[in-house]
Design a protein around this ligand. Structure first.
Ligand SMILES: Nc1ncnc2c1ncn2[C@@H]1O[C@H](COP(=O)(O)OP(=O)(O)O)[C@@H](O)[C@H]1O
Ligand SMILES: [Mg+2]
Length: 247
């Protein structure tokens, strides 16, 4: 049975796609057969892993297959990650009749996909596709910037997790503080507050570092950046730690 990890927060730009792609690429590097399902209609993870800048305009072979066909066909990407990409038409899923019940019933199908790990990138808002990911997953990782609106987004995610746990009691939850700017007094305060309010959920604080976004823009993990081996190692080790949480 596949281990399923969702990356989510009710906020855009905090690092969902960055962590989803790095987690998936770390799993491949560690020798695991790995898939990424991009449930975000922006389709950034699919664009990143496929290297096709127009991937989010293509409906065929996208993540709607989970809902629409018995045996979804994943595309093999150069990164080694098998992909069900995201695109604008994924929003049609939200209007399916009894979609939350349908998502819940798809749980065993997703968990029986022929992979060791399935990483799910999710939309930046509450809704049927985020709830689906929470129903299917063993673990949800929330990347959060130490900023007010991100913390509000984290609160909304926590409400959805509470809801999802009624049907998926084993859903674990961890936070990674991301894009921390250490010179900001306000951000330092938020980091402290987050540690105080979620002492056992916060795994790590990652600073804002240009190579993280530069590598992702090229479809590569952070550890492909050879000029700062320590940075790459930090990201790879974190990803492995996350994968091991659900092993
Ligand atoms: N630690 C980091 N340092 C620098 N840039 C980052 C970091 N984490 C994410 N980014 C960049 O921030 C932007 C938003 O991240 P992204 O993963 O796309 O967020 P989301 O999927 O939650 O909307 C991207 O350009 C990404 O490369
Ligand atoms: Mg994204």
């Amino acid at each position: 049975m596949a281990k399923i990890i969702a990356v989510g927060i009710q906020k855009g730009g905090d690092g969902k796609t960055t962590f989803a792609c790095n987690l998936a690429m770390a799993a491949v590097e560690a020798g695991y057969k790995t898939a990424l399902i991009d449930l975000d209609s922006q389709g950034n993870a699919g664009v990143t892993l496929s290297g096709n800048p127009d991937m989010h305009h293509i409906k065929e072979s996208g993540a709607q297959q989970i809902y629409e066909v018995d045996d979804p066909v994943f595309a093999e990407t150069d990164s080694g990650v098998f992909l069900l990409h995201g695109h604008s038409w994924l929003e049609e899923i939200d209007f399916r009749e009894d979609v939350d019940l349908e998502s819940l019933n798809l749980r065993s199908k997703v968990r029986n996909l022929p992979f060791d790990y399935v990483i799910i990138d999710t939309p930046p808002s509450s809704g049927p596709r985020q709830l689906a990911a929470l129903f299917w997953s063993d673990l949800v990782i929330a990347p959060v910037k130490p900023q007010r609106f991100s913390i509000i987004g984290l609160g909304k995610l926590l409400q959805q997790i509470k809801l999802a746990r009624r049907k998926n009691a084993g859903l674990a939850f961890r936070v990674v503080i991301n894009q921390f700017i250490s010179s900001s007094t306000e951000q330092n305060q938020f980091v402290t507050e987050l540690h105080e309010s979620l002492p056992s959920n916060i795994m790590k604080v990652f600073r804002s570092r240009v190579p993280v976004s530069d590598m992702l823009a090229r479809g590569l993990p952070v550890w492909a950046y050879k000029k700062d081996k320590k940075l790459g190692q930090e990201w790879y080790e974190f990803c492995i730690e996350v994968l091991n949480l659900v092993k």
